[in-house]
Design a protein around this ligand. Sequence first.
Ligand SMILES: [Zn+2]
Length: 78
Amino acid sequence: MPALPPKTTRRNEQHRCAHCGSRFEVWHAADPLEAYVTVDVRCPCCHAQTPVSLPRSAEKDLRVENLPGMEPETGVVD
Ligand SMILES: [Zn+2]
C-alpha cells in the first residue's frame, strides 16, 4: 500500500473572533470528510480562544493567520 499521500492539500477557512471581531484564516491539511469537532484556536489579534469547527485531525496541524480587517484599530491616518 502506498505510504505517502500524493500531495498535501491545505485548506483554509475564514472565521471571525468572537472577542475582538477581527477576521482570521485557519489553514489545515485535514480531510474535510472527517468528523468535525470544535477546536479552540487563538485569535492572532487579541489571543482570545475562539471555538471553530474543524475536521478532527486538523487539530494537530493548523495555522492561524490574520486577515486584513475592515476597520483598522491602530494607525488611522486622518
Ligand atoms: Zn480577537
